[in-house]
Design a protein around this ligand. Structure first.
Ligand code: BTN
Length: 272
């Protein structure tokens, strides 16, 4: 069942029509304004409208007022930022394939951007920030609802037309937008069908494509062979990044030995 506000952008409507024609989304909620599309998606899951095996549900807004990022940060949007969330059937996120969900979404978004905007190239900063030209252009927030282990909310924000001023992001000084990097003015909704389709396909075929996924991530891995600082729980450390392990974990060689990060975050050490 689709619900679309009257005053949404016509190009957004056209993108939705395309996705429906391609059979990609079973349900769509498209608003003119929302605090957070992840909140809409989580409410939908909590309301019991989703059942295991359902096709993707898409939550899209033209204007997101309270976007949330990873580690409790805010995600700032401009009016030409693409902001949407998907509710997808996934493998249990605690299973070994399920733990790769975040990486898989990062690779899917990177693939869609490169396909649509060739010859633009992307990099991935573990676990799933998408970089172009040395700065972050897209962020991904995965969330789940307790008691519904087979569904995941995948929230995606992409700086398409311009980039916001960032307040509390450690990457704040290095934020990019796709239009500047592609050298032409892009419309956010022209990218939506490709990005959604890549994500839906990647999650549906995750268990069968783990090797391909690792290759896709490793060849774009921004932190590989870089000195990094990392934060996991309350503990911080530093070392040399040795890439991505077989389960999608970030490998860091420290004075105390090899650390395998399965959560937390890592940043390149900046030389001042
Ligand atoms: C990050 O880089 O920290 C993740 C950013 C995720 C932002 C997207 S925008 C759409 C969706 N709704 C939210 O509130 N957050 C995600």
């Amino acid at each position: 069942m689709d619900l679309i506000d009257n005053d949404v952008e016509p190009r957004g409507r056209r993108a939705i029509k395309q996705l429906k024609l391609d059979g990609c989304c079973a349900a769509v909620r498209y608003t003119r304004e929302s605090d957070s599309t992840n909140n809409l998606a989580l409410d939908y899951l909590r309301s019991g409208q989703w059942t295991d095996g359902d096709d993707a549900a898409l939550f899209l807004t033209d204007h997101q007022t309270g976007g949330r990022g990873r580690h409790g940060r805010r995600w700032e949007s401009k009016d030409d930022t693409l902001t949407f969330s998907l509710v997808l059937a996934s493998c249990d996120l605690t299973s070994s394939a399920g733990q790769m969900t975040g990486l898989a979404v990062g690779v899917a978004v990177a693939n869609a951007i490169e396909f649509e905007l060739a010859p633009l190239k992307t990099r991935l900063k573990w676990p799933n920030d998408v970089y172009v030209d040395g700065g972050k252009a897209a962020g991904i927030l995965l969330e789940t609802v307790a008691g519904i282990p087979k569904a995941v909310v995948v929230g995606v924000g992409i700086n398409v037309g311009s980039r916001p001023e960032l307040r509390d992001d450690p990457n704040g000084s290095a934020v990019r937008d796709l239009s500047s990097s592609a050298g032409r003015k892009l419309h956010r909704y022209d990218l939506l069908p490709a990005v959604v389709e890549q994500i839906v396909d990647a999650i549906a075929s995750l268990e069968d494509n783990l090797d391909e996924l690792l290759v896709g991530f490793r060849q774009r891995c921004l932190l590989n062979q870089q000195n990094v600082t990392f934060l996991i729980g309350g503990t911080s450390g530093q070392g040399l990044c040795r890439g991505i392990g077989p389960h999608g974990e970030l490998l860091i060689e420290t004075d105390e030995g090899l650390r395998r990060l399965t959560s937390g975050e890592a940043h390149r050490v900046r030389i001042r």
